[in-house]
Design a protein around this ligand. Structure first.
Ligand code: NI
Length: 286
């Protein structure tokens, strides 16, 4: 189990913009999560579709996910990168059904989230089952987080799991890509400025990943009037985010109404459908 990261691994994270694999969940815990995902999807009346909570805030309706987002085994390595004060800003499942064409185009997460400082967040991507080159594991371009946020364009392709099919409008040298192969229960960390993508699932099994988006409390939402986050470790001395509604486990309809009030993109994989970040972040770097 990883606990805190050594200095060399933290340095590798900042150099490459990612770090993996980290052992977090036991195989039986990963399997329990896999079952919980299937149960939640069946409960919500959708299987494999874009069920809102699955892709914006699955920790609110699903108890097992709620426990995971504040699990010390996840937060210890996150703290090594972000420091002692940590908020969960969003979470979402990325599910690729067997032998389907769904993919994720090359993109930078922070381009679309409306948050104001790219150095103060990361994604912990939890492999609920094995993630392999054959089933669409993520691919990263090492060091691509260091040159700032680039222009993207919307392609609106049906099979693209991103909400608008957004894709980097710059050349991506795929020969440099590193595949983040993970065993069930392992996680990867990646920076929101990192170029990343993933391919289709060509296997007979579901590929399920859970993306947990962590930030420092000093970040701000600069495109919307209000945003929500949950303090999971340390202190929030800034008050830039409203506390999330209390969890509404098992899709209790009454409690889900409170979640509905949150400004989350309703049927997209991405949280908060933000078109562009503040202009100051669009300036070319270098
Ligand atoms: Ni992404």
């Amino acid at each position: 189990m990883p606990a805190a990261l050594g200095e060399d691994r933290v340095a590798a994270y900042w150099r490459d913009g990612f770090l993996f694999p980290l052992d977090v969940l036991r195989p039986d815990e990963a399997e329990a999560l896999r079952l919980a995902v299937g149960k939640a999807q069946a409960r919500a009346g959708h299987v494999g579709g874009t069920v809102r909570y699955m892709f914006s805030a699955p920790h609110l309706p699903i108890r097992e996910v709620d426990e995971l987002v504040a699990d010390p085994r996840v937060l210890d390595p996150v703290e090594s990168v972000l420091g002692p004060d940590i908020m969960l800003w969003a979470a979402g499942f990325f599910i690729k059904e067997p032998r389907t064409a769904d993919f994720v185009s090359w993109h930078q997460d922070l381009r679309y989230w409306g948050l104001d400082d790219e150095a103060h967040e990361l994604t912990a991507w939890v492999a609920i089952g094995d993630a392999t080159p054959e089933n669409g594991a993520m691919r990263f371009i090492p060091g691509s987080h260091t040159s700032g946020l680039k222009a993207h364009r919307d392609t609106w392709k049906d099979d693209n799991q991103l909400s608008r099919g957004q894709v980097l409008d710059v050349e991506v040298d795929e020969s440099k890509a590193v595949t983040a192969a993970l065993r069930a229960g392992q996680i990867s960390l990646h920076h929101g400025g990192l170029f990343h993508a993933s391919s289709a699932n060509r296997t007979d099994n579901r590929r399920i990943g859970l993306a947990l988006r962590y930030i420092r409390p000093n970040m701000k939402q600069v495109t919307g009037p209000v945003d929500y986050a949950r303090l999971v470790r340390g202190e929030d001395r800034f008050g830039h985010f409203r506390p999330e509604p209390e969890p509404a486990f098992d899709f209790d309809p009454g409690r889900l109404a409170a979640i509905d009030a949150m400004p989350r993109d309703t049927d997209a994989f991405f949280y908060a459908g933000v078109e562009e970040r503040a202009p100051s972040h669009d300036a070319p770097v270098g």
